[in-house]
Design a protein around this ligand. Sequence first.
Ligand code: F3S
Ligand code: F3S
Length: 510
Amino acid sequence: MPHVITQSCCSDAACTFACPVNCIHPTPDEPGFATAEMLYVDPTTCVDCGACVTACPVDAIGPAHRLPEEHKVYIEINRSLAAADPANSSLGGPNPQARSRPPMAHTVPPKQLPIPDGTVVSVGVIGSGPAAMYAADELLRWEGVTVDVYEKLSTPYGLARFGVAPDHTRTRKVSGLFDKVAADPNFHIHLNTEVGRDISLEELRRRHDAIIVAVGASTDKKLGIPGEELPNVRSATDFVAWYNGHPEHRGDDVDLSHDRIVIIGNGNVALDAARILTAEPEELEGTTISPAALAALKNSKVEEVVIVARRGPEHAAFTLPEALGLADERTVIVHPDPDVAESLVAGSDSELVSHKLQLLESLETQSDASRRIRLRFLTTPESIEDTGDGLVLHAKHSETGEAIELPVGMVFTSVGYRGVPVEGLPFDERRAVLPNEAGRVLGDDGAPIPGVYVTGWIKRGPNGFIGTNKTDSQETVERFAEDVVSGVVTGRPLSSRGKRKRALGRFLGA
Ligand code: F3S
Ligand code: F3S
């Protein structure tokens, strides 16, 4: 029986390099990788060697015959994704990249930069989320590079720590990967240090030979409807930060005294929030959930979470693995609607969308379960009203225009993230990213600013999964290395302390 990729896949892609027979796709070099909801193992070419299992940082791969019951559905999903991939017939065969890029920097001899002995290239990285830590991992593959990470919070790893649900224990394992990067003797982290507040960008550029901006996309997109500023209307990402104990949100006042909560937007963040809101608190005991959030959830009166989306099910923003996991663990119903029912049976040309539609079609349209999640499609929010006894979401049917009123206790918005400008650097307002060419930040004249790089959401926009940042950071660090080779970025003499550290590192590595 072949191996199978399952729910917790976050697109790290280490498996694609580890597989000797090139049967995991799409690889980072293939079209579709950046937007793939999950990768697949082609069962016709997998030889069951298991190299992918140890490469994956989040335990997403297993042999088909040992999968737990709830993951058996992935056998068919992997098979059908492989069969439907038009590129697949040309894939398979020996993998020229196999084992050439193992997952961790410290496991391979360092690569050499053309810098004189006794010289170091010092890189400052702003932010410590997944893009920053994957960039650090890539940088530390080079002999003579030191990395200083600047994090504004008292705890590192950004969304890997504060954005992943506490009950998604396998996905949270990616933090273990970052702990290994942080243990490198050439890595140093400055916590509670916000660039622009505690240290200026100019000072950072003086301190380091190059800087990499990896600050993510720190605000939420707005709905642009009246009532959005009411106190009980919050972003779902703030709610996720609250239950994960984010230092800036752990004291938030979350009102769970009403029986219904609405989430506007149906991406994975919305599904995560709904899953936590409908969890039995005992399920969350012993996880990393914040104690205050657990206490509040124990007293919660919430019975129904309605996830509202403007478009139909064929455009659902959640990923198939996330929806399968939710349907497996919670009572999920699809709000009855003839237009939605028609879309479900119509199917789709896309294999992944077809799987989603089949899943939705298999769900009930009503339930008296004490806690349930209702997926409501074709519903366009128009305003939110405070009645003094809770909120009312006023909406309309996206196709018929029929008026819809939903009395609720809280509204969470979850319609995407948006990057914010970094003081002292140009900003592309339309895309909300730093203008860049493959990771080199571009100045107002369109030319690269020497020694300034960008990675992650503030480079490409808020899309992809935790592991997508690895490929993104590899590209940025490749540009950095090219600039060292061409002399655009130069190093500095190693301090005597640095020399002692390097000697010790060589001794320990010998
Ligand atoms: Fe490749 Fe993993 Fe199969 S490494 S051969 S997909 S078991
Ligand atoms: Fe591969 Fe997904 Fe793991 S791409 S390495 S199975 S996170």
